[in-house]
Design a protein around this ligand. Structure first.
Ligand code: ZN
Ligand code: MN
Length: 480
């Protein structure tokens, strides 16, 4: 059996998070009663004239800049002609050509498997419009919902020949790309709702062979996991075919989530002839250097840069920095806490453990909970200055989470401040030792392990309020 090299080209479609559609004022939203957000423009009625959405154009340029692309200072829209019922005009407004798309010839760096980063070339980032949706009616037959028709859609295509060579890299590429779109606020990134869709094309060739093999294209991938599994499956399927002396067919295949396997949908004929031509209804776009530079200088800090800064500036490790920066809202929450005087490592630990656990259980976002960055700053400061123990802090946090009260107030109410005073801790220890003479005897005869039991009793007697360091010091003394 030969060794094969796999190549994966990625085509990603992202619906832009604009309020209105690309060429009309209909609202952009998910779901709803079919055909309630339509007008003559997005229904493609004769004589209706499109007006481009400025915000959508800006979102695509921002994304292109974040993906290190060149920007087409003069760019036009084309008509991509084909017939399908989800496309009422008979053509999709899109962008054609090598250097005409709003962004072209860029790259995205992704974390590499062995550490460091790997550069994935990006061929183009262009703007087009989404189609309607065909749906099966409960009464039988099919209908078309045009609510989605005309939604601004951004298409991001990787370079040829591809830089991605397996499902893991493809998944990493999608993860990074999605984070960037969320950081920029240009797409909500919901793969399960189809606002971010990915169609990888996969081919394999024997090691040493220059020319790429015949590729298959995968559709219906609605999670990162299915992207990763789908590609791995295709590599296995194609390898088995080549090993058996068969030929891989150029086809479009669907992904079956339950069976974790792909199935043939249709053979891909020779390159479709879409008869692209400039759309005569839309004026050419022209951008000034000033405009583009202004967008560039206003780009937010991107995920990878933030990840590296958190390690450098706050001394966080890979794991913590990754958890904090993988979600822009979570990162903002963290930064707000630091700005309000929180100690980075302490804030990070609480966020990634207790806090994350509670909001995940409830299925809400940090901002939807009663805990604000101020809460966590106050709580961690109360621990740091010895006012409360770590154990009490967990209870205080829980109460704060439920009531929204500030930690200092909760501590005051419950009188659960930590006991750090020797003279207050000593009697508690003495009482515990007096009540457990047999255990003390065991300890003195060399059975050191019973010490833990004594500490436990002391903490219980003090209702968790005794300072552990003071307890350890005094216990040592009193057991002598
Ligand atoms: Zn409309
Ligand atoms: Mn497209």
């Amino acid at each position: 059996m030969a060794n094969y090299v796999c190549s994966v080209g990625m085509e990603v479609h992202a619906e832009l998070a604009t309020k209105s559609k690309m060429f009309c004022r209909c609202q952009v939203a998910f779901g709803g009663e079919p055909n309630t957000r339509t007008c003559p423009v997005c229904l493609g009625l004769p004589g209706a004239m499109p007006v481009p959405n400025r915000v959508a154009i800006e979102m695509v340029i921002k994304t292109a800049l974040a993906l290190n692309c060149k920007i087409a200072m003069n760019s036009i829209f084309h008509r991509k002609n084909y017939f399908y019922p989800d496309l009422p005009k008979g053509y999709q407004v899109s962008q054609y050509g090598e250097e005409n798309p709003l962004g072209y010839h860029g790259y995205l760096d992704i974390p590499a498997a062995g550490g460091g980063t790997k550069r994935i070339g990006i061929r183009r980032v262009h703007l087009e419009e989404d189609t309607g949706k065909l749906m099966h009616l409960p009464s039988g037959g099919s209908g078309v919902d045009y609510n989605r028709a005309g939604t601004p859609l951004m298409e991001i295509v990787t370079d040829f020949p591809p830089d991605i060579h397996n499902g893991d890299e493809a998944k990493e590429y999608m993860t990074q790309l999605r984070q960037i779109l969320l950081y920029l606020g240009v797409c909500d990134g919901k793969m399960e709702e189809g606002s971010m869709r990915c169609e990888p094309n996969i081919s394999i060739r024997p090691e040493g062979q220059e020319e790429l093999g015949v590729k298959s294209e995968l559709k219906n991938l609605n999670s990162f996991r299915s992207v990763q599994l789908g590609i791995a499956f295709e590599v296995r399927r194609q390898s088995a075919m080549l090993d058996a002396g068969e030929k891989v067919l150029q086809e479009t295949r669907g992904w079956n989530e339950q069976k974790e396997s792909s199935f043939a949908m249709r053979l891909k004929e020779a390159e479709n002839d879409y008869r692209y031509f400039p759309c005569p209804d839309l004026v050419p776009m022209q951008f000034t250097e000033d405009y583009v530079e202004c967008l560039r200088s206003n780009l937010p800090e991107l995920p990878l840069a933030k990840f590296m800064r958190y390690q450098k500036e706050f001394g966080l490790n890979d794991y913590d920095a990754n958890l904090l920066t993988s979600d822009v809202e979570w990162a903002r929450w963290f930064e707000e806490a630091i700005q309000k005087g929180g100690e980075p490592k302490a804030i990070c630990n609480w966020m990634n453990s207790e806090f994350a656990k509670l909001i995940n259980e409830e299925g809400i976002l940090a901002r939807q909970s009663k805990i604000t960055p101020e809460h966590l700053v106050q709580l961690t400061n109360l621990i740091a200055d010895g006012t409360i123990s770590g154990k009490i802090a967990k209870k205080v946090f829980m109460d704060a989470y439920q009531t929204g009260k500030m930690p200092a107030e909760l501590v005051k109410e419950s009188g659960s401040t930590q006991i750090t005073d020797d003279s207050a801790v000593r009697p508690i220890i003495e009482a515990v030792l007096a009540a457990n003479p047999d255990v003390v005897e065991k300890y003195k005869s060399g059975q050191q392990s019973v010490r833990g039991f004594l500490v436990g009793q002391i903490m219980r007697e003090s209702q968790g309020r005794a300072n552990p360091a003071v307890v350890n010091k005094l216990l040592e003394e009193l057991l002598q």
